[in-house]
Design a protein around this ligand. Structure first.
Ligand code: NAD
Ligand code: WQD
Length: 340
Protein backbone atom coordinates (compact mmCIF):
# COMPACT_ATOMS: atom_id res chain seq x y z
CA UNK A 1 0.00 0.00 0.00
CA UNK A 2 1.22 3.50 -0.80
CA UNK A 3 0.36 6.19 1.73
CA UNK A 4 0.31 9.93 1.08
CA UNK A 5 1.52 11.82 4.16
CA UNK A 6 0.44 15.45 4.03
CA UNK A 7 2.71 17.38 6.38
CA UNK A 8 4.95 14.32 6.38
CA UNK A 9 8.15 16.37 6.91
CA UNK A 10 6.90 17.59 10.29
CA UNK A 11 7.52 16.25 13.77
CA UNK A 12 4.87 13.52 13.92
CA UNK A 13 4.78 12.94 10.16
CA UNK A 14 8.50 12.18 9.90
CA UNK A 15 8.35 9.61 12.72
CA UNK A 16 5.25 8.05 11.18
CA UNK A 17 6.95 7.87 7.76
CA UNK A 18 9.77 5.95 9.38
CA UNK A 19 7.45 3.45 11.11
CA UNK A 20 5.41 2.90 7.93
CA UNK A 21 8.53 2.30 5.81
CA UNK A 22 9.84 -0.17 8.40
CA UNK A 23 6.52 -2.02 8.15
CA UNK A 24 6.75 -2.34 4.39
CA UNK A 25 4.45 0.49 3.32
CA UNK A 26 5.53 2.87 0.60
CA UNK A 27 5.11 6.55 1.41
CA UNK A 28 4.97 9.83 -0.46
CA UNK A 29 5.28 13.14 1.38
CA UNK A 30 3.52 16.40 0.51
CA UNK A 31 4.67 19.40 2.53
CA UNK A 32 5.11 23.13 2.03
CA UNK A 33 7.94 23.23 4.62
CA UNK A 34 6.27 26.15 6.37
CA UNK A 35 7.17 24.51 9.69
CA UNK A 36 9.66 21.81 8.73
CA UNK A 37 12.76 20.97 6.81
CA UNK A 38 13.55 18.72 3.87
CA UNK A 39 16.41 17.49 6.04
CA UNK A 40 13.92 15.56 8.20
CA UNK A 41 12.79 13.58 5.16
CA UNK A 42 16.38 13.00 4.11
CA UNK A 43 17.18 11.58 7.55
CA UNK A 44 14.18 9.24 7.45
CA UNK A 45 15.56 7.99 4.14
CA UNK A 46 18.96 7.54 5.78
CA UNK A 47 17.49 5.62 8.75
CA UNK A 48 15.34 3.32 6.62
CA UNK A 49 17.42 2.99 3.45
CA UNK A 50 14.27 3.84 1.45
CA UNK A 51 13.58 6.67 -0.98
CA UNK A 52 10.67 9.01 -0.24
CA UNK A 53 9.08 10.90 -3.13
CA UNK A 54 8.63 14.49 -2.00
CA UNK A 55 6.17 17.04 -3.30
CA UNK A 56 6.58 20.63 -2.17
CA UNK A 57 3.17 22.28 -2.23
CA UNK A 58 0.68 24.24 -0.15
CA UNK A 59 -2.27 21.87 0.28
CA UNK A 60 -4.55 24.76 1.23
CA UNK A 61 -3.92 26.66 -2.03
CA UNK A 62 -6.54 26.66 -4.77
CA UNK A 63 -5.71 23.97 -7.28
CA UNK A 64 -3.41 22.12 -4.89
CA UNK A 65 -4.69 18.82 -6.24
CA UNK A 66 -2.92 19.39 -9.55
CA UNK A 67 0.51 18.77 -8.04
CA UNK A 68 -0.52 15.21 -7.22
CA UNK A 69 -1.80 14.42 -10.71
CA UNK A 70 0.94 11.92 -11.54
CA UNK A 71 1.17 10.40 -8.06
CA UNK A 72 -0.63 7.18 -7.05
CA UNK A 73 -1.63 6.46 -3.47
CA UNK A 74 -4.14 4.21 -1.73
CA UNK A 75 -4.53 6.00 1.61
CA UNK A 76 -3.82 9.38 3.20
CA UNK A 77 -2.58 10.40 6.63
CA UNK A 78 -3.38 14.08 6.92
CA UNK A 79 -0.92 15.85 9.25
CA UNK A 80 -0.60 19.14 7.33
CA UNK A 81 -1.74 22.19 9.24
CA UNK A 82 -0.78 24.96 11.60
CA UNK A 83 -0.61 23.99 15.27
CA UNK A 84 0.49 26.86 17.53
CA UNK A 85 -2.38 27.62 19.91
CA UNK A 86 -1.29 31.17 20.84
CA UNK A 87 -0.55 32.12 17.24
CA UNK A 88 -4.02 30.90 16.25
CA UNK A 89 -5.54 33.50 18.59
CA UNK A 90 -3.46 36.23 16.89
CA UNK A 91 -4.03 34.97 13.33
CA UNK A 92 -7.41 33.22 13.33
CA UNK A 93 -8.17 33.71 9.63
CA UNK A 94 -4.82 32.23 8.59
CA UNK A 95 -5.39 29.26 10.88
CA UNK A 96 -8.92 28.57 9.68
CA UNK A 97 -7.91 29.01 6.04
CA UNK A 98 -4.95 26.66 6.26
CA UNK A 99 -6.47 24.03 8.51
CA UNK A 100 -9.86 23.93 6.78
CA UNK A 101 -8.92 24.49 3.12
CA UNK A 102 -6.19 21.83 3.27
CA UNK A 103 -8.77 19.25 4.40
CA UNK A 104 -11.41 20.42 1.91
CA UNK A 105 -8.91 20.23 -0.97
CA UNK A 106 -7.79 16.81 0.20
CA UNK A 107 -11.34 15.44 0.43
CA UNK A 108 -12.08 16.67 -3.10
CA UNK A 109 -8.89 15.11 -4.38
CA UNK A 110 -9.58 11.79 -2.63
CA UNK A 111 -13.09 11.66 -4.13
CA UNK A 112 -11.77 12.47 -7.62
CA UNK A 113 -9.11 9.79 -7.33
CA UNK A 114 -11.31 7.16 -5.68
CA UNK A 115 -9.10 7.03 -2.58
CA UNK A 116 -11.20 6.00 0.42
CA UNK A 117 -8.86 5.59 3.39
CA UNK A 118 -8.10 8.59 5.60
CA UNK A 119 -6.35 9.00 8.93
CA UNK A 120 -6.64 12.50 10.38
CA UNK A 121 -4.45 14.25 12.98
CA UNK A 122 -6.98 15.48 15.48
CA UNK A 123 -6.20 16.52 19.02
CA UNK A 124 -7.36 16.09 22.59
CA UNK A 125 -7.87 19.83 22.40
CA UNK A 126 -11.31 19.12 20.81
CA UNK A 127 -12.53 18.09 24.30
CA UNK A 128 -11.92 21.58 25.71
CA UNK A 129 -12.05 21.93 29.48
CA UNK A 130 -12.41 18.33 30.76
CA UNK A 131 -15.79 17.49 32.30
CA UNK A 132 -14.36 14.23 33.69
CA UNK A 133 -11.07 12.36 33.75
CA UNK A 134 -9.78 10.30 32.12
CA UNK A 135 -11.40 11.52 28.92
CA UNK A 136 -12.89 8.87 26.67
CA UNK A 137 -14.14 9.40 23.12
CA UNK A 138 -17.71 10.01 24.40
CA UNK A 139 -16.55 13.22 26.10
CA UNK A 140 -18.30 16.24 24.53
CA UNK A 141 -16.37 17.74 21.61
CA UNK A 142 -16.26 21.35 20.49
CA UNK A 143 -17.91 22.88 23.56
CA UNK A 144 -16.47 26.16 24.84
CA UNK A 145 -13.11 25.80 23.08
CA UNK A 146 -10.80 28.71 23.80
CA UNK A 147 -8.80 29.13 20.58
CA UNK A 148 -9.14 28.95 16.78
CA UNK A 149 -6.66 26.06 16.56
CA UNK A 150 -8.90 23.89 18.72
CA UNK A 151 -12.01 24.94 16.81
CA UNK A 152 -10.27 24.12 13.51
CA UNK A 153 -9.68 20.55 14.72
CA UNK A 154 -13.28 20.14 15.89
CA UNK A 155 -14.51 21.59 12.56
CA UNK A 156 -12.25 19.23 10.63
CA UNK A 157 -13.75 16.28 12.48
CA UNK A 158 -17.24 17.44 11.49
CA UNK A 159 -16.20 18.06 7.88
CA UNK A 160 -14.80 14.54 7.63
CA UNK A 161 -17.97 13.06 9.15
CA UNK A 162 -20.15 14.97 6.65
CA UNK A 163 -17.93 14.00 3.71
CA UNK A 164 -18.18 10.35 4.76
CA UNK A 165 -21.97 10.53 5.04
CA UNK A 166 -22.09 11.72 1.43
CA UNK A 167 -19.48 9.22 0.26
CA UNK A 168 -20.13 6.01 2.21
CA UNK A 169 -17.07 4.13 0.95
CA UNK A 170 -14.85 6.63 2.77
CA UNK A 171 -13.27 5.12 5.91
CA UNK A 172 -11.68 7.57 8.32
CA UNK A 173 -9.97 7.48 11.70
CA UNK A 174 -9.85 10.68 13.75
CA UNK A 175 -6.81 10.34 16.00
CA UNK A 176 -7.04 12.56 19.05
CA UNK A 177 -3.47 12.91 20.21
CA UNK A 178 -2.73 13.88 23.78
CA UNK A 179 0.76 15.42 24.33
CA UNK A 180 3.35 14.06 21.88
CA UNK A 181 6.95 14.14 23.17
CA UNK A 182 10.30 12.45 22.57
CA UNK A 183 12.10 11.51 19.40
CA UNK A 184 13.38 8.53 17.47
CA UNK A 185 15.95 6.80 19.73
CA UNK A 186 18.69 7.38 17.16
CA UNK A 187 18.54 11.11 17.89
CA UNK A 188 18.54 11.74 14.12
CA UNK A 189 14.97 13.03 13.89
CA UNK A 190 12.98 14.96 16.48
CA UNK A 191 10.92 18.04 17.21
CA UNK A 192 12.43 21.21 15.74
CA UNK A 193 10.25 24.15 16.76
CA UNK A 194 10.87 27.49 15.09
CA UNK A 195 11.73 30.24 17.57
CA UNK A 196 10.78 29.99 21.23
CA UNK A 197 9.13 26.61 21.89
CA UNK A 198 5.48 26.77 22.95
CA UNK A 199 5.45 23.25 24.33
CA UNK A 200 6.94 22.00 27.55
CA UNK A 201 9.35 19.25 26.51
CA UNK A 202 11.19 21.13 23.74
CA UNK A 203 11.49 24.12 26.05
CA UNK A 204 12.99 21.97 28.82
CA UNK A 205 15.36 20.37 26.30
CA UNK A 206 16.61 23.81 25.25
CA UNK A 207 17.17 24.78 28.89
CA UNK A 208 19.07 21.54 29.54
CA UNK A 209 21.32 22.12 26.52
CA UNK A 210 22.04 25.67 27.67
CA UNK A 211 20.22 27.52 24.90
CA UNK A 212 17.71 29.04 27.36
CA UNK A 213 18.27 30.15 30.92
CA UNK A 214 15.30 28.69 32.75
CA UNK A 215 11.86 27.21 32.32
CA UNK A 216 8.83 29.28 33.27
CA UNK A 217 6.39 26.94 35.00
CA UNK A 218 2.91 28.25 34.25
CA UNK A 219 1.27 28.16 37.67
CA UNK A 220 1.55 25.96 40.75
CA UNK A 221 -1.91 26.48 42.17
CA UNK A 222 -3.83 23.85 40.21
CA UNK A 223 -5.67 21.08 42.07
CA UNK A 224 -3.08 18.50 41.02
CA UNK A 225 -0.45 16.35 42.70
CA UNK A 226 2.00 19.26 43.13
CA UNK A 227 -0.04 22.22 41.89
CA UNK A 228 1.44 22.25 38.36
CA UNK A 229 -0.45 21.23 35.22
CA UNK A 230 -0.88 17.52 34.49
CA UNK A 231 -0.83 16.09 30.95
CA UNK A 232 -0.79 12.70 29.29
CA UNK A 233 2.57 12.65 27.50
CA UNK A 234 2.88 10.12 24.69
CA UNK A 235 6.18 9.10 23.11
CA UNK A 236 6.15 10.11 19.43
CA UNK A 237 7.23 6.59 18.42
CA UNK A 238 4.17 5.15 20.20
CA UNK A 239 2.10 7.79 18.44
CA UNK A 240 3.63 6.89 15.06
CA UNK A 241 2.82 3.23 15.68
CA UNK A 242 -0.75 4.29 16.48
CA UNK A 243 -1.06 5.66 12.93
CA UNK A 244 0.08 2.37 11.44
CA UNK A 245 -2.44 0.53 13.65
CA UNK A 246 -5.24 2.90 12.61
CA UNK A 247 -4.40 2.41 8.94
CA UNK A 248 -4.38 -1.37 9.34
CA UNK A 249 -7.76 -1.37 11.12
CA UNK A 250 -9.65 1.20 9.04
CA UNK A 251 -13.23 0.06 8.70
CA UNK A 252 -16.24 1.73 7.12
CA UNK A 253 -17.39 5.00 8.59
CA UNK A 254 -15.63 7.51 10.80
CA UNK A 255 -14.15 6.44 14.13
CA UNK A 256 -12.42 8.62 16.73
CA UNK A 257 -9.62 7.23 18.87
CA UNK A 258 -7.69 8.73 21.75
CA UNK A 259 -3.97 8.20 21.39
CA UNK A 260 -2.55 8.61 24.86
CA UNK A 261 -0.96 6.57 27.61
CA UNK A 262 -3.67 6.88 30.26
CA UNK A 263 -1.16 8.30 32.74
CA UNK A 264 -0.75 11.92 33.74
CA UNK A 265 2.49 13.69 34.69
CA UNK A 266 2.89 17.12 36.24
CA UNK A 267 5.21 19.81 34.90
CA UNK A 268 7.59 19.27 37.82
CA UNK A 269 7.57 15.50 37.26
CA UNK A 270 8.60 16.12 33.65
CA UNK A 271 11.37 18.48 34.80
CA UNK A 272 12.74 15.85 37.19
CA UNK A 273 12.50 13.07 34.58
CA UNK A 274 14.39 15.23 32.08
CA UNK A 275 17.10 16.10 34.60
CA UNK A 276 17.57 12.39 35.36
CA UNK A 277 17.69 11.45 31.66
CA UNK A 278 20.07 14.23 30.63
CA UNK A 279 22.23 14.56 33.73
CA UNK A 280 21.77 18.34 33.34
CA UNK A 281 20.00 20.74 35.68
CA UNK A 282 16.77 22.37 34.47
CA UNK A 283 16.38 25.60 36.43
CA UNK A 284 12.82 26.88 36.63
CA UNK A 285 10.69 29.59 38.16
CA UNK A 286 7.00 29.55 38.90
CA UNK A 287 5.13 32.25 36.95
CA UNK A 288 1.47 33.08 36.39
CA UNK A 289 -0.78 30.47 34.77
CA UNK A 290 -0.99 30.62 30.96
CA UNK A 291 -4.33 31.82 29.56
CA UNK A 292 -6.47 28.96 28.29
CA UNK A 293 -4.58 26.20 30.15
CA UNK A 294 -6.54 23.55 32.02
CA UNK A 295 -5.37 21.84 35.22
CA UNK A 296 -5.28 18.31 33.89
CA UNK A 297 -5.93 16.18 30.82
CA UNK A 298 -5.54 12.41 30.73
CA UNK A 299 -6.66 10.01 28.02
CA UNK A 300 -8.74 6.94 28.42
CA UNK A 301 -7.01 4.98 25.62
CA UNK A 302 -9.00 1.73 26.00
CA UNK A 303 -10.87 2.04 22.70
CA UNK A 304 -7.61 2.24 20.74
CA UNK A 305 -6.14 -0.55 22.91
CA UNK A 306 -9.06 -2.85 22.18
CA UNK A 307 -10.04 -1.98 18.60
CA UNK A 308 -6.62 -1.17 17.14
CA UNK A 309 -4.58 -3.65 19.17
CA UNK A 310 -2.33 -0.72 20.02
CA UNK A 311 -1.03 0.61 23.30
CA UNK A 312 1.83 2.79 24.44
CA UNK A 313 4.94 0.87 25.48
CA UNK A 314 7.41 3.68 26.13
CA UNK A 315 7.80 5.59 29.40
CA UNK A 316 8.21 9.29 30.12
CA UNK A 317 11.82 8.51 31.10
CA UNK A 318 12.42 7.04 27.62
CA UNK A 319 10.81 10.05 25.99
CA UNK A 320 13.15 12.34 27.95
CA UNK A 321 16.16 10.19 27.05
CA UNK A 322 15.27 10.29 23.34
CA UNK A 323 14.40 13.97 23.36
CA UNK A 324 17.80 14.62 24.98
CA UNK A 325 19.59 12.47 22.39
CA UNK A 326 17.97 14.57 19.65
CA UNK A 327 18.52 17.94 21.36
CA UNK A 328 22.11 17.33 22.43
CA UNK A 329 23.22 16.04 19.03
CA UNK A 330 21.22 18.68 17.10
CA UNK A 331 21.35 21.78 19.31
CA UNK A 332 20.13 23.92 16.39
CA UNK A 333 17.64 21.36 15.14
CA UNK A 334 17.95 20.62 11.43
CA UNK A 335 19.36 24.06 10.72
CA UNK A 336 23.06 23.40 11.27
CA UNK A 337 23.21 20.87 8.48
CA UNK A 338 20.86 22.88 6.28
CA UNK A 339 23.11 25.89 6.21
CA UNK A 340 26.43 24.04 6.33
P1 NAD B 1 4.47 20.07 12.45
O1 NAD B 1 4.27 21.53 12.30
O2 NAD B 1 5.82 19.58 12.79
O3 NAD B 1 3.97 19.30 11.14
C1 NAD B 1 2.97 19.83 10.29
C2 NAD B 1 3.54 19.82 8.89
O4 NAD B 1 2.55 20.34 7.99
C3 NAD B 1 4.79 20.68 8.75
O5 NAD B 1 5.80 19.93 8.11
C4 NAD B 1 4.33 21.86 7.90
O6 NAD B 1 5.37 22.38 7.11
C5 NAD B 1 3.22 21.22 7.10
N1 NAD B 1 2.21 22.15 6.59
C6 NAD B 1 1.59 23.15 7.27
N2 NAD B 1 0.73 23.79 6.47
C7 NAD B 1 0.78 23.17 5.26
C8 NAD B 1 0.11 23.36 4.02
N3 NAD B 1 -0.78 24.34 3.86
N4 NAD B 1 0.42 22.55 2.98
C9 NAD B 1 1.34 21.57 3.13
N5 NAD B 1 2.00 21.34 4.27
C10 NAD B 1 1.71 22.12 5.33
O7 NAD B 1 3.41 19.55 13.55
P2 NAD B 1 3.25 18.14 14.21
O8 NAD B 1 3.49 18.30 15.66
O9 NAD B 1 3.97 17.11 13.45
O10 NAD B 1 1.69 17.95 14.03
C11 NAD B 1 1.13 17.21 12.96
C12 NAD B 1 -0.37 17.29 13.06
O11 NAD B 1 -0.79 16.79 14.33
C13 NAD B 1 -0.94 18.71 12.95
O12 NAD B 1 -2.15 18.66 12.24
C14 NAD B 1 -1.18 19.08 14.39
O13 NAD B 1 -2.20 20.03 14.51
C15 NAD B 1 -1.60 17.74 14.98
N6 NAD B 1 -1.37 17.64 16.43
C16 NAD B 1 -0.13 17.93 16.95
C17 NAD B 1 0.05 17.86 18.31
C18 NAD B 1 1.38 18.22 18.93
O14 NAD B 1 1.41 18.56 20.12
N7 NAD B 1 2.49 18.15 18.21
C19 NAD B 1 -1.00 17.45 19.16
C20 NAD B 1 -2.22 17.14 18.59
C21 NAD B 1 -2.41 17.25 17.21
C1 WQD C 1 2.09 21.19 28.91
C2 WQD C 1 2.10 21.66 30.35
C3 WQD C 1 1.69 24.01 30.61
C4 WQD C 1 5.34 25.30 28.57
C5 WQD C 1 -0.70 21.90 23.60
C6 WQD C 1 -1.90 22.27 22.79
C7 WQD C 1 -2.67 21.03 22.42
C8 WQD C 1 -1.75 20.01 21.74
C9 WQD C 1 -0.52 19.76 22.52
C10 WQD C 1 -1.94 20.28 19.38
C11 WQD C 1 0.98 22.65 30.69
C12 WQD C 1 3.09 23.67 31.05
C13 WQD C 1 4.33 24.54 29.13
C14 WQD C 1 6.17 26.09 29.42
C15 WQD C 1 4.93 25.27 31.32
N1 WQD C 1 -1.33 20.46 20.46
N2 WQD C 1 4.13 24.52 30.47
N3 WQD C 1 5.92 26.03 30.77
O1 WQD C 1 -0.85 23.08 26.47
O2 WQD C 1 -1.10 20.66 27.17
O3 WQD C 1 -1.13 21.26 24.79
O4 WQD C 1 0.12 21.00 22.85
O5 WQD C 1 -3.02 19.78 19.21
O6 WQD C 1 -3.70 21.44 21.57
O7 WQD C 1 -2.73 23.12 23.57
O8 WQD C 1 0.99 21.40 25.98
O9 WQD C 1 3.43 21.38 26.15
O10 WQD C 1 2.24 23.59 25.90
O11 WQD C 1 2.05 22.34 28.05
O12 WQD C 1 4.77 25.26 32.54
O13 WQD C 1 7.06 26.80 28.98
O14 WQD C 1 3.32 22.36 30.59
O15 WQD C 1 1.11 24.99 31.43
O16 WQD C 1 0.59 22.40 32.01
P1 WQD C 1 -0.59 21.68 26.20
P2 WQD C 1 2.25 22.22 26.44
Amino acid sequence: MRVLLTGGAGYIGSHTALVLLERGYRVVVLDDFSNSSVEAVRRVEELTGETIPLIEADLAAPGAAAVLSGVDFDAVIHFAGLKAVGESVQQPVRYYRTNLDSTLNLLDLMAERGVAKLVFSSSATVYGDPRYLPQDEQHPVGVGLTNPYGWSKAMNEQIIRDAQAARPELAAALLRYFNPVGAHPSGRIGEDPAGIPNNLMPYIAQVAVGARERLSVFGDGYPTVDGTGVRDYIHVMDLAEGHAAALEHLTSGVTAYNLGSGTGSSVLEVVRAFEAASGRPVPYEIVAPRAGDVAETVADPRKANEELGWRTTRTLAEACRDSWAWQSSNPHGYRAERTA
